[in-house]
Design a protein around this ligand. Structure first.
Ligand code: GLA
Length: 383
């Protein structure tokens, strides 16, 4: 049974009528460009064949109702609620925040709705399940109110507004932008200073693997916000709006103006932005060995300069990069736990992945989740 059929029949079982709209949005991997987005830099991402589905219908007057494949119950809030939810209801903040942001953006939205979420995208792995939920919710709710679709840049901006101003995470545009603009067999290139979005083909014969360490720093959102604040402080001290506006040569000539900790954070951003440009050139030249080398260099910079890695992620990168057929490996997403992305030749297969998992199991006493991934198309309304 397809996910679309599954969510439609689950919706009918819960709410007593078939959904009017189903929308779907992919998760994403951050290919390279770590914490460059909110620093006005460049980043490459890809949509992945793990998705969030949102089904919706006009429910009962005066009610917002929510449910998901993770929870047995239906939560009801008064229609028009704009209060942030807490505890077990915190996940409602994504669709609710999107409903608020649709209103702020002047986009049609329903006065009441029933909503159901299904997902095959692991949460907390750094694969942007929240952005996928935001994008799918925005498309589904706008369609329910009569708007056939939302152009991808507008969609990404609505999702990001919900995340920044309702959920309260000061993220950049990478997650929502990649999920909105994704294209099968392509990477999404974002120049975040614009922002400007484009795509570039993924060379054939490569594979993407994610190893989810299943570890998560307890203070992950606080750590992310701390890095964001450190970058802003460094930019201010260097007299630039965004750190990524400095070339590595300009930065190194001026870095003595920064305290040592801020200098490390800023060096990561400036060099990482430059690495994204080098990856774009190496991809165009078909030099995949260089792409992989730059991906691993990105990880080492996260590990030592930005300090947003974790021992488990470093271990996975060490193991992976020692295997023939792996071009490069790096943490993907915000960091402080989560997942490692590996770019491999086609002959890096399930057996090779299991060997890496076995080494991890031996060291940490548990197995990482292994996800062989395909690139996928962006968020869309299905019906
Ligand atoms: C998270 C954020 C993104 C980006 C990455 C790090 O995924 O949501 O905006 O900052 O971390 O590159």
């Amino acid at each position: 049974m397809s996910q679309e059929t599954k969510i439609a029949s689950h919706f009918e079982q819960l709410y007593g009528y078939p959904p009017a709209v189903i929308a779907r949005a992919p998760g994403r991997v951050e290919f390279i460009g770590n914490h460059t987005d909110y620093n006005g830099g460049a980043v490459l991402g890809a949509g992945i064949d793990r998705h969030v589905w949102v089904a919706t219908g006009r429910g009962e007057p005066g009610k917002f109702r929510f449910s998901s494949d993770q929870k047995a119950e239906v939560h009801t809030l008064p229609a028009g609620t704009t209060a942030k939810q807490t505890g077990a209801l915190a996940w409602l903040n994504y669709p609710l925040g999107v409903w608020v942001s649709l209103g702020k953006a002047g986009v049609q939205r329903p006065a009441e709705f029933d909503l159901l979420v299904h997902s095959d995208l692991p949460g907390g792995a750094g694969l942007s399940s929240s952005a996928a939920l935001e994008n799918a919710s925005a498309l589904a709710l706008a369609k329910l109110a009569g708007l056939p679709t939302i152009p991808p840049q507008r969609l990404a901006e609505i999702g990001r507004d919900a995340e920044n101003n309702f959920v309260g995470v000061p993220c950049g545009i990478l997650d929502q932008g990649t999920s909105a603009f994704a294209q099968r067999d392509h990477l999404v290139c974002i120049d975040c200073a614009g922002p400007r979005f484009s795509t570039t083909p993924m060379p054939p014969g490569l594979r993407l693997w994610v190893f989810n360490s299943l570890t998560k720093h307890a203070l992950i959102d606080g750590m992310y916000a701390k890095r964001h604040a450190e970058c802003q402080e460094a930019a201010k001290a260097l007299g630039v709006k965004f750190l990524a506006l400095l070339t590595p040569a300009e930065f190194h000539a001026r870095k003595a103006a920064l305290a040592p900790l801020l200098a490390k954070r800023a060096e990561h951003i400036v060099e990482e932005h430059a690495r994204v440009g080098k990856v774009v050139s190496a991809l165009a030249a078909g030099n995949i060995a260089e792409v992989g080398r730059l991906m691993t260099a990105s990880h080492r910079s996260s590990q030592h300069l930005f300090e947003n890695s974790a021992p488990e992620l470093d271990f996975l990168v060490d193991q992976l990069t020692a295997v023939p057929g792996v071009f490069g490996a790096r943490l993907t997403g915000g960091g402080f736990g989560g997942a490692v992305l590996a770019l491999t030749r086609a002959d890096f297969n399930e057996d090779a992945a299991r060997d890496v998992a076995a080494a991890y199991q031996k060291k940490y006493g548990r197995s990482p989740e292994i996800l062989p991934l395909q690139t996928a198309d962006g968020a869309r309304v299905l019906g």
